[in-house]
Design a protein around this ligand. Structure first.
Ligand code: IMP
Length: 207
């Protein structure tokens, strides 16, 4: 039986503005006072784990300890079937510019292009199926942790389409739909995404 989350302050252990926006929207009905690790100036730990659950736990525990408050972390990524599940836990790393690619920072268009280039190299009739995975870790200052996971299946399109969302949204069309996540109204994405599925479990268990 999961530990319940009492009303009060909750730190969102992310420095990613897109994730913060989505997590705040998903939590808005539950009356928590949301603080972000970025706004609190909490350190961003190295994601040294080899699974979404390990990395989510590392981030949640780091914020819970530093803020002395419950903290929620999301570790997520895109797993492409024809690439053996890559980029997976390294999804954000694939957007990191190398020195020869420009100033330090993340370039999502470049990252989507890397995935597309690897798929194209496998031939015109390559399997374009992929899934977004999301693992949520909620950590308390006494180091108790609860984990919830969700995923959404879909197909990759090229070129990128749409201006909403973040990260790889413009190239991901969820199964049974025609619009990419970046073309949909955010509320529609929030209702069906990997993050929404993980949140549904979190809400059922914690509130
Ligand atoms: P991390 O969880 O901070 O390691 O980063 C995961 C990366 O996966 C994000 O920076 C995004 O690029 C990508 N990602 C995760 N969730 C989504 C999503 O909902 N839409 C698009 N990209 C996502």
């Amino acid at each position: 039986m999961a530990r319940k989350l009492a009303p009060g302050k909750l730190v969102i252990a992310t420095h990613n503005a897109g994730k913060l926006r989505e997590i705040s929207a998903l939590l808005s009905p539950y009356g928590m006072e949301i603080l972000s690790a970025g706004a609190l100036g909490l350190p961003e730990p190295d994601e040294t784990g080899t699974s979404f659950a390990e990395n989510a736990t590392i981030k949640a525990l780091a914020s819970a300890r530093a803020a002395n408050l419950p903290a929620l972390a999301d570790d997520s990524g895109l797993c492409v079937a024809a690439l053996g599940g890559r980029p997976g836990v390294y999804t954000a790393d694939w957007a990191e510019r190398q020195a020869f690619e420009g100033p330090p920072g993340r370039d999502w268009y470049m990252a989507m292009g890397k995935v597309e280039g690897m798929l194209a190299a496998l031939g015109a009739d390559v399997d374009r199926s992929a899934a977004f995975h999301c693992t949520l870790a909620l950590a308390w200052p006494d180091e108790h942790v609860e984990i919830f996971a969700g995923q959404v299946a879909g197909n990759l399109v090229w070129p990128p389409r749409g201006d909403h969302g973040f990260g790889y949204d413009p190239v991901f069309v969820p199964q049974g739909h025609d619009l990419s996540f970046a073309e949909m109204e955010p509320t529609k994405k929030h209702a069906m995404s990997h993050r929404a599925h993980a949140f549904a479990q979190l809400v059922a268990a914690l509130f």
